[in-house]
Design a binder for this molecule. Structure first.
Ligand code: MN
Length: 231
């Protein structure tokens, strides 16, 4: 047995619909600007040449049902509801035609964003990490195995305190699930446990202490999040 200087952190893991075993989370790849209407509301256009990505650490994961203290360092915390793709097999330099074989399942997720910090980073041509990768920035539902869900034109939606803020169809995505997996596989040795957050539709906006977020993709488990006052 390897000896460690101090106990390594427990792995992040997600519940699975219909079975006891949990899905251990490895890397979290996030797709930028994958719905044209959201790119437009952010003052950008979709890059039709290639998708682009940022990553979140597994330390950012919270399970659906969590309560998150309003995060430090921001005055503009935003919600982004997204379809999450969970990989269960390795993939390296594959084509889109082979990509779906690597999919283990699907879930609903919130890409929580410190929008003010992301905007400042964009202005200064700096990385987005402070805006996107922080504790509680990836709130994820239980996963549904791929045999029980076929991505098509399901509704994706988010309510804040019962009011609909985001609503679209996952068929509105610019880059499809197999295109994203194939593209990522040319930059990484994709592995079981990797997640892909596939981008958010239009309607992102601010949330604050006392708000309750509820959303997801039709046919998958919902993601729910409550926001508490800042620590
Ligand atoms: Mn996002």
């Amino acid at each position: 047995m390897a000896e460690f200087l101090f106990p390594p952190p427990p792995p992040a893991a997600l519940p699975v619909i219909g079975q006891q075993a949990r899905f251990p989370v490895n890397r979290i790849f996030c797709v930028g600007r994958n719905y044209a209407a959201h790119a437009a509301e952010m003052g950008s256009e979709v890059d039709r040449e290639a998708p682009f990505y940022f990553l979140k650490s597994a330390h950012a994961v919270r399970q659906s049902g969590a309560t998150l203290a309003y995060p430090p360092g921001t005055r503009d915390l935003h919600h982004e509801i997204e379809l999450v793709v969970a990989l269960g097999a390795p993939a390296f330099r594959i084509g889109a035609g082979q990509a779906m074989a690597a999919v283990w399942g699907y879930g609903s997720g919130l890409d929580m964003t410190r929008r003010d910090l992301q905007a400042a980073a964009k202005d200064k041509r700096r990385p987005w990490d402070l805006g996107k990768n922080f504790e509680g920035a990836a709130v994820l539902s239980a996963l549904t195995p791929a045999r029980d869900f076929a991505p098509a034109a399901q509704r994706i939606h988010l309510q804040v305190n019962g009011t609909v803020r985001q609503e679209a169809r996952i068929s509105d995505m610019v880059w499809s699930i197999p295109e994203l997996i194939a593209d990522l596989s040319h930059y990484y040795h994709l592995a079981p446990g990797d997640l892909i957050m596939t981008g958010t539709p239009a309607g992102v906006g601010a949330v604050g202490a006392g708000d309750r977020l509820q959303g997801g993709v039709e046919g998958l488990a919902e993601v729910v999040l409550a926001i508490d006052p800042a620590e």
